[in-house]
Design a protein around this ligand. Structure first.
Ligand code: SF4
Length: 489
């Protein structure tokens, strides 16, 4: 490792996970969680972000000199300060996402970034009577100096949605402070579903909502090693055992987004790792900062997904011979319907960068309206794009014969004619493409992808609220403008 470089190898990352105290439960307690195939596939996704940082082909994109330490670090752990850094960050997420669909490591970086801006605002509003920002800087230095890929846990279990936390019968529906001592706080509660939580060394916790004075014990932000005393992690569904076999795409056989639930049972958080503690007015500020930043990150992975879908649509129409050669074909229009989303979301990303503002903390904040609108548009259209792909591929992806038969001397010649399409395309290639479409549109994992696209980083309602809330001044100008040319003539 170069003196100035703090870049762990993927082997070192995996070794750090394996050295932690096991606390992961799937259908039973896992003594060796990183031997579990699904968890391993999730770990492989994060490993790729370490491998790419070492790879000369991607190194410039994946790394940056830290203004804090002067060392070369993984870009995910850097706090962006310029528009160029915002662009590079999105390019990095796009590049990883074209291989793994969800880069996952964005969540930790976005959590650090949100805390960097939020703690600065909080200390300033407290007239510097608190030192949350300095604590965060110390923590950031620790993360950078050890090249840790943290997870960020925001969403609480939430219980009865009509009641605030203090009126919930089940107190653990929200992560809350149980007790405070001079050395720190004790917290309990459930955060779920939390991306990357099963294969990380550190968990950053942020409030998920705004809280009133009576719920101020939920207004808490902190960071904690993921094997700390009192933490339990649960591997969540779906069961993806169908993602295997020689014709399954690498995405299913090697990579997976395996979500986790994190339960805090009276976990001690030392003072120096607490970044918000009872200042309830700031709970919403922290939550909204994270939401904006994570939705901004979506503006990189979603164009990647739409580009993957565009390529898939083009390939299946080529394989099937429906590329517009006969008069009823409207394939080009269908491909266009998918592809246009990539352009729209990418344009939102460019606008969010163009209108970004440097905050008092020194960190830059992408424009919240364009960030939220980009995520909103990407999510809203996703089921339509999936449906177009299903339409274009016919019913073969969900009705494939067992793959072993293709290789069988006896049955291979019987089933191969099913795959006869354009001359020159082998049965194997046709099988692989249809299997990929099945994985992407009709497997358990496809369901996870669709749910993730809807709810990840907040659902569309939350995005609308953010867009509306940040657009009130402009919208009232719209009203004034119409009044002027209609009523005040
Ligand atoms: Fe990153 Fe979230 Fe997109 Fe996954 S879904 S690549 S974690 S922004």
């Amino acid at each position: 490792m170069d003196k100035k470089e703090i870049l762990k190898t993927s082997k070192e990352y995996e070794a750090s996970l394996k050295a932690m105290k096991p606390n992961i439960i799937k259908d039973k307690f896992l003594e060796n969680p990183y031997d579990d195939e699904d968890i391993q596939k999730g770990m492989n996704v994060v490993s790729l972000s370490y491998d790419y940082a070492q790879d000369p082909k991607h190194k410039d994109l994946m790394t940056i000199e830290s203004p804090l330490t002067g060392k070369i670090i993984n870009r995910f752990n850097n706090i962006p300060t310029t528009k160029e850094e915002l662009s590079a960050r999105l390019k990095m997420i796009y590049t990883l996402s074209t291989e793994v669909t969800c880069a996952q490591r964005c969540v930790g970086g976005d959590g650090l970034w949100a805390l960097f801006i939020g703690t600065d605002q909080l200390d300033k509003s407290n007239k510097s009577k608190t030192n949350y920002h300095q604590r965060l800087i110390n923590y950031l230095r620790y993360i950078q100096d050890n090249d840790i890929a943290p997870a960020t846990a925001v969403t609480d279990a939430k219980g009865d949605r009509s009641l605030p936390p203090s009126e919930q019968e089940e107190k653990n529906s929200y992560v809350h402070v149980e007790k405070e001592t001079k050395d720190g706080i004790y917290v309990s509660g459930i955060k779920t579903p939390i991306t990357m939580s099963l294969y990380t060394e550190e968990i950053i916790v942020l409030p998920g909502l705004q809280y009133s004075e009576s719920d101020k014990n939920c207004a808490v932000a902190f960071a904690i090693p993921s094997d700390a005393e009192g933490i339990e992690r649960y591997a969540l569904g779906p069961d993806v055992t169908s993602l295997c076999g020689e014709f399954c795409p690498a995405h299913g056989t090697k990579y997976l987004n395996k979500e986790g639930m994190v339960i805090f049972n009276n976990v001690f958080i030392p003072k120096e790792r607490i970044f918000l503690n009872g200042e309830h007015r700031f709970a919403a500020i922290f939550a909204n900062l994270f939401a904006t930043l994570h939705r901004f990150s979506y503006l990189a992975c979603k164009p990647a997904i739409y580009d993957i879908m565009t390529g898939t649509a083009m390939l299946i129409s080529e394989f099937n011979g429906t590329k517009g050669e006969y008069f009823l074909s409207n394939t080009s229009e269908k491909i266009f319907e998918i592809y246009k989303q990539s352009i729209i979301v990418s344009a939102m990303a460019k606008s969010a960068i163009e209108a970004a503002q440097v905050t008092e903390s020194g960190a830059i904040l992408p424009d919240p309206v364009y960030s939220n609108m980009g995520k909103y548009v990407a999510s809203e259209y996703f089921p339509t794009a999936i449906s177009i792909l299903q339409d274009m591929s016919g019913n073969l992806p969900t009705n494939l014969p067992y793959p072993e038969l293709l290789r069988s001397e006896k049955y291979g010649p019987h089933v191969s004619p099913l795959f006869a399409r354009k001359k020159g395309i082998s049965s194997e290639d046709h099988y692989k493409l249809n299997e990929w479409i099945r994985v992407f549109t009709a497997s358990n994992e496809a369901g996870l992808l669709q749910y993730g696209s809807k709810h990840g980083g907040g659902n569309v309602e939350a995005e609308k609220v953010a867009i509306y809330g940040n657009s009130l001044r402009r919208m009232s100008q719209c009203k004034k403008m119409v009044k002027k040319f209609i009523l005040d003539k």
